[in-house]
Design a protein around this ligand. Structure first.
Ligand code: GDG
Length: 729
């Protein structure tokens, strides 16, 4: 069993010189962190090698990469243009960073994104085995989990997204939104840097796909997908020890020479409009205007690493930065001082380390950033525990590095004041903050991140397996069928909504269909069977739907009963005098919640919110529970939240008691109950040992087994009735 990492880029640089390819392992955070995983055992990293390799030389490159456990996906220039620069960087990147007006929704980008994701799948399938663990990295490969899942349904697949996941309102702007989400949920575990991303993803997925969630688990058909926050760390050890190496010490002394009297402010980013580079420059300008005492006393060292320079927006940004820096320096510089030392290139890590060590202040002010590793690298490099980090609250890192000076990057005054506070901060305050942040960065380092993800992925797969043993299909179905065949006095308690039929927006639309009648008639054709439909529905409704059949009916959770061929009777001593007061209160919620309504039954009132705006209904339901639970208890009522409903009913009435009451003095040799709601849990709990209990939906339950939906319920029941129906789907 091996781990297969798949990312857009391989963790190497390929350099072509004199028609020769040389492969240099990259020192990036991901490569370091995953290095332990992919360099050991027979693990493999699949990805694009970073340059276009002509077809006749692809075999040669493949051979060279294989020595490093790397497997290339060769992309053409056109694919790079459309899939990478186009869809990934002109649609997903701007939208996920909330710059929606920068997005270009080109159909050709999307078509290519799909085909390249298929290409990655094809390459991956050539190197992976059934038992392998797959770990897919980032937004360029959002469709890959589902493509792999389709080809190999039992694969273990993890996905980690390095950039933020936007709120539903933003994500839904993308024309191909459902396909992207569907692609992602092919994974077993989906990771983001922060809990906010997790929240956004779950709310987006549950609104756009036919999935539901409980806590951080999504239920989709027969699979559970866990969504979790894994804040990425850095190689703390590496950055901390680097500062004490001879070469870095030399760099530091060169750098500091002549700057003894100035305070150094450092900023390091890839060229990107999400990083807030212009805003940062404007804050420096404001500082020089408002606090002229700092002229000649501070210097900003601003490293901007070239990136995506073929995408027009990046070019535009570069020109704006050039202009701004030129203008600012021209206005404020003196013969021996300039405010902004701007570098548009990348440097060796030793030089970065020297900068991290020398800077009094590190200014990290992205407009939005998945995590931001620069802030953590600065902290890891501060072995003396001094220095001040100014950090944007829009960076994922701000959730962990709470001792930084946290700023809103849109508030230039806020950034300026933070710079002043940083420059004036007493050493003991600097140390207190830095010490705490160093402890965090050291503990939650890159290895910790990798281990946490892999451990969780294993755990998710295990719990999926154990859940499968309770799934009432295949082997479980056989166990039930054998018991069914051996018995002659059977009773089947069947809930109605969500169990025998699906949910509809309109409660009156959920009347039984032909197939359901057919199924029930076939069940009762066998004299050994008694079918009891046990529902929260009004007794008049059950009568009109099933009154003509040889079935027993229990309505309103047990308030009403009707045996075959007899009259309806209701539980004695029930009162409905409470209804008018509760109804008046519920109406105040209905008046404030479009789409909600009150259903009245003989001994209960139900507040429905299936058609209310997503979220608003849940909010009101919570309000109802917290405002009315004491009143309900005083009146001897039970307040039951259900599937998009809240029901008030007499406390004596419950499906469990009703089922036990029905069984009184009877001794069936086969008892089975199927239900989806938590009102059905009362039946599962009440039934005698040996009963077969089946929850519809795979969330936590007292039931022994579960089925996914009403379609699987029907399939199970058909398989029981008669051999000739077994083949029916
Ligand atoms: C994405 C997400 C998330 C920078 N200049 C040089 C250089 N660097 C290195 C830094 C740091 C890395 O580049 C930048 O990482 P960030 O996290 O700051 O930003 P993104 O590149 O946008 O990364 C981000 C990250 O993925 C990880 O999940 O944190 O939110 O946007 O490691 O040191 N390295 C060298 N020379 C340079 O001049 N050698």
């Amino acid at each position: 069993m091996k781990t297969v990492i798949i990312s857009n880029r391989l963790p190497v640089k390929i350099v072509e010189e004199n028609n020769q390819y040389t492969i240099i392992p990259s020192e990036g955070g991901l490569a370091t962190g995953l290095g332990d995983v992919y360099k050991t055992g027979n693990s493999i990293w699949v990805g694009w090698p970073g340059i276009e390799v002509p077809e006749e030389r692809q075999e040669e490159v493949t051979q060279k990469l294989a020595e490093l456990n790397l497997s290339p996906v060769f992309l053409t220039q056109e694919e790079i243009n459309l899939y990478y620069e186009g869809f990934s960087n002109e649609v997903l990147w701007p939208v996920f960073h909330y710059l929606v007006t920068y997005a270009h929704y080109e159909q050709s980008y999307w078509d290519c994104y799909k085909s390249v994701n298929h290409k990655f799948a094809k390459s991956a399938l050539q190197v992976l085995d059934m038992k392998d663990k797959i770990w897919i990295q980032d937004y360029q490969l959002m469709l890959l989990p589902e493509i792999l899942r389709e080809k190999r349904p039992n694969l273990t697949i993890g996905f980690f997204q390095h950039i933020p996941f936007p709120s539903y309102e933003i994500f839904r702007l993308i024309p191909w939104r459902e396909e992207l989400l569907q692609g992602l949920i092919g994974a077993d575990l989906i990771g983001f840097h922060t809990y906010d991303d997790v929240r956004h993803f779950i709310s987006t997925a549950t609104r756009l796909l036919p999935v539901n969630s409980s806590s951080n688990v999504l239920n989709s058909n027969d699979r559970q997908i866990v969504i979790e926050a894994f804040p990425m760390g850095i190689d703390f050890e590496k950055f901390s020890t680097l500062t004490d190496t001879e070469i870095v010490r030399q760099e530091i002394s060169n750098f500091k020479n002549g700057k003894e009297d100035v305070k150094i402010i450092l900023s390091i980013d890839r060229l990107d409009y999400s990083k807030g580079i212009l805003e940062r420059l404007k804050a420096i300008e404001l500082l020089l205007q408002m606090h002229p005492e700092y002229i000649g006393k501070i210097e900003l060292f601003m490293i901007v690493v070239p990136s995506r320079d073929t995408v027009p927006k990046y070019n535009e940004l570069r020109e704006q930065i050039d202009q701004f820096v030129g203008n600012l320096n021209a206005r404020y510089r003196s013969m021996d001082w300039i405010p902004v030392n701007y570098f548009y290139r990348s440097f060796p890590i030793e030089f970065l380390s020297a900068l991290y060590s020398s800077a009094d202040v590190c200014l990290v002010t992205p407009m939005r950033d998945g995590m931001n590793l620069v802030s953590k690298e600065y902290i890891a490099s501060r072995n003396n525990e001094d220095g001040v980090l100014i950090l944007s609250e829009m960076a994922g890192a701000s959730k962990e590095l709470t001792e930084a000076l946290i700023v809103n990057p849109n508030n230039l005054g806020d950034i300026m004041e933070a710079i002043v506070a940083a420059l004036r901060m007493p050493l003991n305050d600097q140390k207190r903050r830095m010490k705490a942040m160093r402890a965090t960065v050291e503990k939650f380092n890159i290895k910790h991140w990798v281990n946490n993800f892999i451990l969780k992925l294993n755990e998710v797969k295990e719990s999926q397996k154990s859940l499968l043993t309770k799934h009432a299909v295949n082997s479980v179905n056989e166990i039930i069928a054998v018991k069914y065949a051996e018995t002659h006095d059977r009773v089947l308690f069947l809930d109605y909504d969500g169990t025998l039929v699906g949910f509809t927006g309109d409660i009156d639309d959920a009347s039984p269909d032909e197939e359901l009648y057919d199924l029930i008639e076939n069940l009762i054709l066998d004299n050994s069977n008694t079918v009891v439909i046990i529902s929260g529905r009004r007794h008049e409704t059950l009568e009109s739907w099933f009154g003509h059949l040889k079935v027993d009916l229990i309505a309103e959770h047990g308030a009403w009963q009707r045996k075959q061929g007899e009259q309806w009777t209701c539980l004695p001593l029930l009162t409905d005098q409470w209804k008018s007061e509760i109804r008046t209160l519920l109406e105040t919620y209905t008046d404030r919640t479009p789409g909600s309504f009150i259903e009245e039954k003989s001994f209960s009132l139900v507040w429905h919110y299936r058609k209310a705006e997503e979220g608003l209904g849940e909010l009101r339901a919570n309000e109802i529970v917290s405002h009315m639970k004491i009143l309900a208890a005083d009146k001897g009522l039970q307040l039951m939240p259900g599937n998009k409903v809240i029901e008030f009913k007499n406390i004596e009435v419950n499906k469990g008691k009703a089922a036990l009451n029905w069984l009184y003095n009877k001794h069936p040799d086969f008892v089975m109950a199927l239900g989806d709601d938590h009102t059905d849990e009362d039946i599962f709990k009440a039934l005698p040992d040996g009963s077969i209990t089946v929850k519809v939906g795979n969330n936590l339950s007292e039931a022994k087994y579960y089925l996914n939906d009403f379609k699987e319920v029907r399939k199970l029941l058909w398989s029981l009735v008669k051999e000739e129906f077994v083949e029916r789907d």
